[in-house]
Design a protein around this ligand. Sequence first.
Ligand code: CMC
Length: 442
Amino acid sequence: MTQKKSATGSAASNEYVTLTDHTTGENYDFPLMPGSTGPKVIDVRSLYGQTGHFTYDPGYTSTGACESQITYIDGEEGVLMHRGYRIEELAEQSDFMEVCYLLLNGELPNKAEKEDFESTITNHTMVHEQLSYFFRGFRRDAHPMAIMVAVVGALSAFYHDSLDVNDERQRMITSHRLIAKVPTIAAMAYKFSVGQPFVYPRNDLTYAENFLHMMFAVPAEEYKVDPVLAKAMDRILILHADHEQNASTSTVRLAGSTGANPFASISAGISSLWGPAHGGANEAVLAMLDQIGSVDKISEFVEKAKDPDDEFRLMGFGHRVYKNYDPRAKVMQQSCHEVLDALGIRDEPLLKLAMELERLALEDDYFVSKKLFPNVDFYSGIILKAMNFPTSMFTVLFAVARTVGWISQWKEMIEDPTAKLGRPRQLYTGPTERPFVPVSKR
Ligand code: CMC
């Protein structure tokens, strides 16, 4: 493939990439589309029409599926920005409600806008009372992610007044409802699993405080939210709020591209997040640390992770996009130390184990040469454990935080005039046409 400048360029850029089909000797030009930063993309929308061929890219490692103005990642440099703001700055100086507003609306809110947004979210935190009966249908030992998939999807059976995806106002109401109600549902899933009564949201608390309150308060005594934990919770939410076109976000976009309602689309995203290669990794990190057990066993497990014949991988290491330190992992590591210090559990053996594992892996040629660095999930599990969250809730917390990213991406897609039904093609390698043989003759 060669690159040349064309005098007849596209509206976006005058640059083209030429594809030569060596079987026919034909040349085909494809426009290069520039972003505001980052690599240009080759616009192959006319590829099939021009050449009769599709592209082949399982795992979408070289495919841009949409245009987006929300989140930018430079995986080589370890940069993550939302609407142009670095994640480190947002984690340090902003709060989750501001980040939600930013992701949804494109700009940071002024004081009045922020107050108005917070009040709107606060006033949508209760769920329809009828929804609470759903929980009784689950086994007591149901994984809370299973409950999340079902109950968030079921919201579409309750809020008929905001399901019209073509109505801008309804889209915004649904976005607010999802951001507000997902933590309530998450906390209910937890309460159900431990046999405690559901705790209703409280409007005098911040988003993070309210979530901790719904999770850990019981009617028998007063629950005071620890400000250090509330701050850490808020930061965890910020760090997970959005991450460009990852598997769950792409799932939300794909489901939403059919015109499916946003509650159903987000429920699809929650399913996609569940897997250990994605949001399930924070839960898997703790299971792995438990499995390793002690510092002297680390090198044995590092060797297992390097063995191509062994399925074991170091959970919390590696990333499809980051080939450098995940910037979220750095902030998370710092938060982790702050939380453990504040709780007076500095000597937490799991943290010691995690830090030693990180040190050994970062010195190991295998991990260095493959650019496998700790990702956001490596430390989040340890903080969440210290905050008393059971491991089964870790991925649920990821879903609570990512809801704003999913809904912002969904909204952007619905409002994009160039967006189309998502419908990938394939390379067919199955049998070619053959005559049907009746069962009596098989
Ligand atoms: N431990 C050991 N080897 C690894 C690991 C790991 N954690 N991750 C990747 N590799 C190796 C892999 O075996 C492969 O080696 P080779 O080239 O010899 O076949 C090479 O590195 C590239 O891996 P890949 O699986 O082709 O890369 P990918 O981009 O498809 O996978 C990943 C990305 C995140 C699924 C993978 O790194 C992984 O399984 N990590 C552990 C799970 C994890 O921590 N997931 C959380 C991701 S961050 C949270 C989120 O955004 O959802």
